[in-house]
Design a protein around this ligand. Sequence first.
Ligand code: NDP
Length: 282
Amino acid sequence: MTARILDGKAIAARLRARLAERVAALPFRPGLRVMRVGDDPASGVYVRNKDRAAQEVGFDSATLHLPADTTEAALLAVIAALNADPAVDGILVQLPLPPQIRPEAAIAAVDPAKDVDGFHPLNAGRLAAGQPGLVPCTPRGVMHILAEAGVTLRGARAVVLGRSQIVGRPMAQLLLSADCTVTVAHSRTRDIAAECRRADVLVAAVGRPEMVRGDWIAPGAVVVDVGINRLADGRLVGDVAFAEAVPVAGAITPVPGGVGPMTIACLIENTLEAALLRRASP
Ligand code: NDP
């Protein structure tokens, strides 16, 4: 068997094109503000890519770059102003933040109706309760890939590796809401390979290069690799040993070109959704 390669780049491009069509038909331009505090170089790349994608679909998008010595109070004041601005539909605070700012304070300061990252405790709680709300972009992107691939989730055994607030936990909630039987594995899981072997759908989000070996994968399983790991030689690899997985899995996402491009497309989707919801309600 050779796994079908799930082309996230192509799926993301189609999603962005559909979103651009919907934006073009609106009587207003959804507004997105991306906040960057300090000079973390990776954040610079992410923020630029997000801003560019937002401009391309026709949003009114801007990046607010604050200095590294910005106080927490000053950042919260900027967020409060954006919360109050009727032209702003989505607010994103790029992480990591400088040490003097508590990320949970920044996240909690964003109006939940404008929280396009889906990290606010209210949106996390809604997701855990199975209620509609804004959902974190990366797990949302994974659900799109699974849908496009025609994967049957009802009754499937899903294993999520990783339990972060950003990926693992919301991923598990979404799969549960899609009627999977979900196992969440993490650094304290006793026999992680055995847990993985039970999976019809395996989502890896641990940040450990090629941790998931070929013999951890059940024949025919669908493997989604969220990991992005830079090796010493400069290569970018996922959390799954891709070459070992391909002969075993039924379908697999590559790294790069799998989940990564979906995250930004889903940020656009979240912002459009937030705009439509907020502007429809008084
Ligand atoms: P975190 O570091 O926040 O979480 C990692 C999780 O993996 C933790 O729950 C941790 O367990 C678990 N873990 C770590 N090591 C092991 C191990 N040896 N065995 C089992 N479990 C382990 O990472 P994120 O969730 O933020 O990101 C995960 C990966 O996804 C990273 O490679 C990141 O770069 C990538 N990523 C990709 C995105 C994309 O757009 N494609 C977006 C976001 C992240 P414990 O809780 O017990 O410590």
